[in-house]
Design a protein around this ligand. Structure first.
Ligand SMILES: [Zn+2]
Length: 184
């Protein structure tokens, strides 16, 4: 166990990391430059219990959340919709999602979307070749573009719109803007 002994000098920090909820085994292996295997061995030898891990494996809510989070664009499901998909009504899921996020088992953005309207707008945005403004109008969001922009700035993985603005569309909307300005 040469590799494990390499951990000796940093053992205290390492144990804190292992017992804490913030780091996955993969991340730990990377951080300390050792194999995953040697970390498992170390955990067993020391009799360390990773409580949160046990919770995740035994918790049906966490298991269902992981399943939902694996589907495409799951970051863009509102927390209310996630609760409904779990059939949980008003039962809180925030605690479970926090654990899963801290373990890196779901995306950092999963469960953060609050707005049902934004969720509906995104569902259309991912599937239909429509201008963003039209999608916003359809769901009753005047500022869908700025919501997309804000999400992107915050690191959400928002794909490019299916609808591409060709030069004719651009000219048309520019003409519209001019007309509107004239009307004001
Ligand atoms: Zn759970």
């Amino acid at each position: 166990m040469k590799k494990v002994s390499k951990l000796g000098s940093v053992e205290q920090t390492f144990i804190r990391d292992v017992v804490g909820t913030q780091t996955t085994i993969v991340q730990l292996a990377k951080k300390y430059g050792v194999s995953r295997q040697s970390i498992y061995v170390f955990i067993q030898q020391k009799g360390i219990k990773r409580l949160k891990r046990e919770h995740i494996e035994k918790c049906s809510i966490c298991q269902d959340l992981i399943r939902i989070a694996k589907k495409p664009h799951s970051d863009f499901l509102s927390s209310q919709t996630i609760r409904e998909q779990l059939g949980l009504g008003r039962v809180g899921i925030a605690h479970h999602i926090r654990i899963l996020r801290s373990k890196g088992l779901v995306s950092q953005k999963f469960g953060r979307l609050r707005s049902r309207r934004a969720e509906r707008a995104y569902q259309i945005y991912f599937k239909k070749r429509l201008p963003v403004r039209m999608i916003g109008k359809h769901v009753g969001l005047r500022n869908f573009w700025s919501i997309i922009k804000r999400h992107r700035d915050l690191g959400w993985d928002v794909p490019a719109p299916l609808f591409t603005y060709n030069s004719r569309d651009r000219r048309k909307s520019a003409a519209k803007r001019v007309k509107r300005k004239g009307a004001e």
